[in-house]
Design a protein. Structure first.
Length: 203
């Protein structure tokens, strides 16, 4: 019989319900960063397409942040599909993940408003790094000696999920370095995440 590491008192379905609501809220908040300037403060000859072009960086950051949150949601969903039971420590680890997920609209807004600023881009990169590390620790905790997963789970599937959980923190390390030398490329560096998932170690 599997030995419990601590009192198991809640099923992962409750975490999944809260998770879905938090992700939906955070993804919706991202659109609030897309604000066109007041026409009254612009020259009369300014056209709508000019204003939209000026917001190009904001639209890119919106799409990037939305896609990253979508990836995090899929990771969380996959983990909770494999994790069959939870305990107090695991529950609070998930709360920490969700706390930094809700912070994404704020850090994305900073990066959008101050696209050339080191601190603004560093804040976004650190936000992503912390989320990535927490997901890795959450997975490591569940499949380690605490054994929160079912006994009949395919070990190859577990190891693949572990490797994939390292993608975000690794890319974030690159982004953190870019924040100091070329902050305008921090957002673009995260396009490596979906690209790397097609490479053999992560397929």
């Amino acid at each position: 019989m599997k030995k419990e590491s601590s009192l198991i008192w809640m099923k992962p379905e409750r975490i999944r319900s809260l998770m879905d609501g938090i992700f939906a809220f955070a993804m919706t908040l991202l659109v609030l960063n897309l604000i066109l300037p007041d026409p009254m403060n612009l020259p009369p000859e300014t056209q709508v397409h000019d204003m939209l072009l000026e917001q190009g960086q904001s639209f890119f950051n919106y799409a990037l942040s939305f896609l990253l949150l979508a990836i995090f949601w899929m990771i969380h969903t996959q983990q909770l599909h494999i994790i069959k039971e939870t305990n107090f420590a695991h529950l609070w680890m998930n709360m920490l993940i969700l706390m930094f997920i809700v912070l994404v609209p704020f850090s994305a807004s900073m990066m959008s408003d101050y696209s050339d600023d080191t601190l603004a881009n560093l804040a976004f990169a650190l936000n992503m790094f912390i989320i990535g590390i927490l997901y890795y620790l959450n997975w490591h905790f569940a499949i380690g000696k605490h054994k929160l997963i079912a006994d009949d789970i395919n070990i190859k599937r577990v190891e693949l999920a572990r490797r994939r959980s390292l993608l975000t923190p690794c890319v974030s390390v690159i982004a953190i370095g870019l924040a100091f030398v070329a902050p305008e490329f921090v957002g673009m560096s995260y396009m490596l995440i979906p690209i790397l998932r097609f490479f053999p170690p992560f397929k």
